[in-house]
Ligand binder design. Structure first.
Ligand code: AHM
Ligand code: MG
Length: 334
């Protein structure tokens, strides 16, 4: 009977968000509309990514009168910007693809700010490895006086965050401050259906995920931690190493199976590689909402106050106990 109910009583992402926001009737409609525009962008990218390999091979979309085919990341960015602006619910947009923030025309302005990476891990497209979209949502302070300060806020002020992974299936993971839920795109319906309700990350994990090729430039705490993963001194088994090189996929696995994902500082890149507003913050928000932690090497990641929209930060996130260990190593060094 229960299985039957699942098949006929479809919990779509829209229905889920409407339910969740019912405690907050004032913004219920607006947030749902905003999200449905983000979802539209994700569906577009999912479809474009699925066709990408084939298009290259047989020149599917190449029928554009000699005009060179737009790169998938550029195309995805355009789709997201247009969808977000036309939602009528946004005022400032920050995209990894655009050097400057987009200020929405006052006539179309709404109260949300969205920071996003439309297609992260794009070096993985040509070999068919999972890639993703990452987004974080803030609320503006004063609709008549919109400034960059509205997005240069600590991550803990975010209202919602999520990512969509374009992999063997298309999965959207979302939190609006009340736990984390995962939805899978049913291509025959064109709808995201709740498949991973109330995701909690295991308290401790058996996997670490890092680009170990950078090891010779790491700081001491990072080096010590990774050494402990491989040669634990407390009699426990070594951790496994998994690294896809696509943040959404690496973080998704970390969220479901536990463990840590790290992109530390190194001698050449004192702030690491990943961007605060649309990589570090949304993923940190999801980790905390799922019971894990996120740390920059100095502080709780969500306490960081960015001063530039494309600022970078080192990041250590994942299972509570594993991040606790990393925090202890940094405290020892200080
Ligand atoms: P991108 O924005 O240029 O795609 O780079 C971001 C990606 C992340 O998805 C991933 O975690 C990281 O870069 C991998 O970097 P590296 O190849 O240095 O390990
Ligand atoms: Mg990126």
């Amino acid at each position: 009977h229960e299985a039957d109910a699942h098949r006929t009583d479809l919990m779509t992402i829209t229905r889920h968000v409407l339910n969740e926001q019912s405690r907050n009737p004032e913004s219920r409609g607006d947030f749902t509309i905003l999200l449905s525009h983000i979802v539209l962008g994700c569906k577009f990218v999912a479809s474009a990514v699925n066709k990408a390999g084939l298009a290259k091979l047989i020149g599917l979309a190449g029928e554009t009168n000699g005009e060179e085919q737009k790169k998938l990341d550029v195309l995805s960015n355009e789709v997201f910007i247009k969808a977000l602006v036309s939602s009528g619910r946004t005022c400032v947009l920050v995209s990894e693809e655009d050097e400057e923030a987009t200020f929405v025309d006052p006539k179309l302005r709404g109260k949300y700010c969205v920071c996003f990476d439309p297609l992260d891990g794009s070096s993985n497209i040509d070999c068919g490895v999972s890639i993703g979209t990452i987004f974080g949502i803030y609320m503006i302070k004063d609709k008549d006086n919109v400034t960059l300060e509205d997005v240069l806020q600590p991550g803990k002020n975010m209202l919602a965050a999520g990512y969509c992974m374009y992999g063997s299936s298309c999965t959207l993971v979302l939190s609006s401050g009340n736990g984390v839920n995962g939805f899978t795109l049913d291509p025959s319906l064109g709808e995201f259906i709740l498949t991973h309700p109330d995701i909690k990350i295991p308290k401790k994990g058996k996997i670490y995920s890092v680009n170990e090729g950078n090891a010779r430039n790491w700081d001491v705490p990072t080096e010590t931690f990774v050494e402990k993963c491989k040669y634990p001194k407390d009699g426990s088994s070594p951790k496994s190493l998994r690294y896809i090189g696509s943040m959404v996929a690496d973080v998704h696995r970390t969220l479901l199976y536990g463990g840590v994902f790290l992109y530390p500082a190194d001698e050449k890149n004192p702030n690491g590689k990943l961007r605060v507003l649309y990589e570090v913050f949304p993923m940190s928000y999801l980790m905390e909402q799922a019971g894990g932690q996120s740390f920059t090497g100095k502080e709780r990641a969500l306490d960081l106050v960015p001063t530039k929209i494309h600022e970078r930060s080192p990041i250590f996130l994942g299972s509570y106990d594993d991040v606790e260990e990393i925090k202890a190593l940094y405290a020892e060094q200080a």
